[in-house]
Design a protein around this ligand. Structure first.
Ligand SMILES: NC(=O)c1ccc[n+]([C@@H]2O[C@H](COP(=O)([O-])OP(=O)(O)OC[C@H]3O[C@@H](n4cnc5c(N)ncnc54)[C@H](OP(=O)(O)O)[C@@H]3O)[C@@H](O)[C@H]2O)c1
Length: 248
């Protein structure tokens, strides 16, 4: 049977690259997109390469959208093998933590934390139906508390309180959920991935300008997530990138 994989925010950026790679490896991709037209266009591109890809409307901050996806997946498939929580954004615009408006921090948390937790909680019953399921949370080195204090780290000078704390919170979700499953012998692994600095439209940025500053291509940024999604090993509660483990 084909591995069934749901990827959020997969109409562009790294989500699209993850969908392309896993589709090429024979997985059945549910390509999540908050705008279904954009999702259908991306899915058509991948279907043209021979992959099995269905677009699905999914805004992770909209409880009704999450409910609708859960109902559809339950009716159509009755299980899910892999959930990749990739959708994410930053709203901080480099403002200092002393003045960053609370509503901006809330927006970061709605998408990068509550959206991830809500969707995941809804889909756990379906993941439990798979023989060995995986949850992969695409977080960021920016969410690393230890690297934020390390003068040698790329992220030492970064200041994006809402984004960074929401990604740190999602890393804690990874740890706590992984421990819950392990302690109860539930065969679902949960891991966080740091893609690195990647030239996408992330945060409204210009991919070409990011590339000129040395950012990775979206294919490179997606590679650790793809590796985990294809791997047979059962690592859980890890935070890693292409170079190995990342400090929490
Ligand atoms: N790029 C980097 O340097 C970098 C570094 C570290 C971590 N990351 C993380 O990597 C992940 C992917 O980032 P990316 O660089 O590929 O970003 P991107 O190119 O900006 O793509 C973000 C995707 O998320 C979707 N999205 C936004 N809000 C959503 C919502 N409420 N519900 C569902 N989907 C939503 C976007 O949909 P629309 O097309 O509709 O906007 C888009 O498909 C994010 O979690 C990001 O935090 C990125």
């Amino acid at each position: 049977m084909q591995t069934l994989t749901l990827i959020t925010g997969a109409n562009r950026g790294m989500g699209f690259e993850i969908a392309k790679a896993l589709g090429a490896h024979g997985q059945h991709i549910l390509l999540g997109a908050r705008n279904l037209d954009k999702g259908e266009a991306a899915a058509a591109q991948l279907r043209a390469t021979g992959a099995t890809v269905d677009a699905i409307q999914l805004d992770v901050t909209d409880p009704e959208s999450v409910e609708a996806v859960t109902t559809k997946l339950t009716a159509d498939y009755g299980q899910l093998d892999i959930l990749i929580n990739n959708a994410g954004a930053t709203h901080d615009a480099h403002r200092a933590p002393s003045i960053l408006p609370l509503n901006v921090i809330r927006d970061d948390f709605e998408l990068n934390y509550f959206g991830v937790v809500n969707l995941t909680q809804h889909l756990i019953p379906l993941l439990k139906q798979a023989p060995h399921a995986k949850i992969i949370n695409v977080t960021s080195m920016m969410g690393s508390l230890s690297q934020s204090l390390n003068p040698e780290a790329e992220t030492f000078r970064a200041s994006a309180l809402g984004y960074q704390s929401s990604k740190a919170a999602t890393n804690m979700f990874t740890i706590q959920l992984a421990k819950e499953f392990k302690n109860n012998a539930i065969p679902i692994t949960v891991n966080s991935v740091d893609p690195g600095v990647v030239a996408t439209g992330f945060g409204g940025g210009d991919p070409e300008a990011a590339k000129a500053r040395g950012a990775k291509t979206p294919e490179m940024g997606a590679s650790r997530t793809i590796e985990l999604a294809l791997s047979d090993d059962d690592v859980t509660a890890t935070f890693s990138n292409d170079h190995g483990p990342v400090g929490w």
